[in-house]
Each structure stands twice: as structure tokens, then as C-alpha cells.
Design a protein around this ligand. Structure first.
Ligand code: SAH
Length: 219
């Protein structure tokens, strides 16, 4: 039996290494981001029936019509947030889902807050993060369109669901030199990076993406 477990472990290790090689081929160059992704066992975060596909570079269903983010998009967003900065600093994630991206963020910074509007998903995130020894991520069941006033301001805000426009509280809760990244748009979405510089907000547009919608209220 221990042989079977060890066998699965080796397969998982090989597919994980392959996933990192693929991210590199796709242009992810920040070694710390690649190392953070390599360190998080994605199979822990997906449904058991899908565990064999955990290291494919695709979004996978989480239940409740939600998906676990595609590793390339997680890498791309975090790379853009880090570029030219030393630290992510105090980080807020909106749309924790099952906690995968929060786990990657927690590899890179000590202070991660994550908000999720679906209660049972948040419970999964809590269990998954505990299972991999990342219980220090602070999770809250709330509507992330309001940000997280009690812990603001944030050096980094990352939104994992698409909005038609930037929720104003997120801009208000962004620290000086802070960066916010989010997918904007309805069916056609684009990643938008916003930085609060000395002279105000500076916006850049990145990849075309597909995220689930940012919804109001909690359930
Ligand atoms: N970060 C997750 C991706 C989850 S998909 C990962 O690493 O895989 C996006 C999540 O955003 C869903 O779980 C959805 O319920 C959540 N979401 C949508 N609108 C939200 C809102 N207003 N506040 C908080 N979470 C929200």
C-alpha cells in the first residue's frame, strides 16, 4: 500500500514539474512566482474525481458553478503585481473559492486576507489551507465588492472574478504604491492592473481572460 502511495506521489511530482516548465514556455519568468506555484499541491484543492487533472493548465469545476483558477492566469496576475517591487506586502484576494490562489500568495507574503461570498466554498478553502499548513491566511465570508475595510489599506489587491467596473471601495483601500489587478468586462474580459502612484492612479491593460462574474451579496 505504501508503494501505491509513493507511486502516486512520484506521478504528482512529475506532472507538477511539467506544469512549471509549461508556465515558463508560456512566458512566466519570475522565478519566485514559479517556485510558489511549484510549492502548492493543487490536487488538494480540486475534487477527488479531478485530482488526476490537477496539474493541467486549465480551470476546473469547484462546485457551486465556480472554478479553480488556471495556473497560467494565477502566475500572470501575481507576476504583474510583483514586477519591479520587492514585496507583495499586505494582500487582499477577492473570490477565494477553494483557496488555491490564496495558498500561492501565502508562499510569497506573510499577510494574506481572502474574502469569499459562498459560505460552503469558504469552508472548503479553510479546510484545504489547513491541510497544507497555511492556516495563517485570514478568510472572511463577505461580499468582496466592499473590500475589507477592517484590514485596509492593502499593498496588493487581486480579484478572481470579473466586474463591469472597478468597485470603488477597492480603490479606496489601496495603499500608496499599492497595486490592484482584476478582470474587467462581461463576455470579453481583460486583465487590468491599477497602481496608486504619487500622481494618482495608473492603469495598464494586459491579457484577455475568462473569469466567473463578480456577484453581489453573500450566500
Ligand atoms: N481564487 C480562486 C478562484 C475562485 S473563482 C482559486 O484560486 O481557484 C472566483 C470566486 O469568486 C468564486 O468562488 C466566487 O464565488 C467568488 N466571488 C464572486 N463574486 C464575489 C464577491 N462579490 N465577493 C467575494 N467573492 C466573490
Amino acid at each position: 500500500m505504501s508503494g501505491a502511495v509513493a507511486g502516486f506521489g512520484m506521478t504528482s511530482q512529475r506532472t507538477r514539474t511539467r506544469m512549471i516548465e509549461r508556465l515558463r514556455e508560456q512566458g512566466i519568468a519570475d522565478e519566485e512566482v514559479l517556485a510558489a506555484i511549484a510549492a502548492v499541491p493543487r490536487h488538494v484543492f480540486v475534487e477527488e474525481a479531478l485530482a488526476s487533472r490537477a496539474y493541467e493548465d486549465t480551470a476546473l469545476p469547484l462546485g457551486f458553478s465556480q472554478t479553480i483558477s488556471q495556473p497560467y492566469v494565477v502566475a500572470r496576475m501575481i507576476e504583474a503585481l510583483r514586477a519591479g517591487r520587492q514585496q507583495l506586502g499586505k494582500t487582499l484576494e477577492i473570490g477565494a473559492g477553494c483557496g488555491y490562489q490564496a495558498a500561492v500568495l501565502a508562499q510569497l507574503t506573510d499577510e494574506v486576507y481572502a474574502v469569499e461570498r459562498i459560505g460552503p466554498l469558504l469552508a472548503k478553502a479553510r479546510a484545504n489551507l489547513r491541510a497544507i499548513g497555511k492556516s495563517e491566511v485570514r478568510l472572511k465570508h463577505a461580499d468582496g465588492q466592499l473590500g475589507l475595510a477592517e484590514a485596509a489599506p492593502f499593498d496588493t489587491i487581486i480579484v478572481a472574478a470579473a466586474a463591469a467596473r472597478v468597485p470603488p471601495p477597492l480603490l479606496q483601500q489601496l495603499a500608496e504604491n499599492g497595486r490592484l489587478i482584476l478582470p474587467l468586462g462581461a463576455s470579453a474580459q481583460q486583465l487590468v492592473l491599477i497602481e496608486r502612484g504619487r500622481e494618482g492612479l495608473v492603469e495598464s491593460r494586459l491579457d484577455t481572460v475568462r473569469f466567473v462574474p463578480l456577484l453581489s451579496g453573500v450566500q
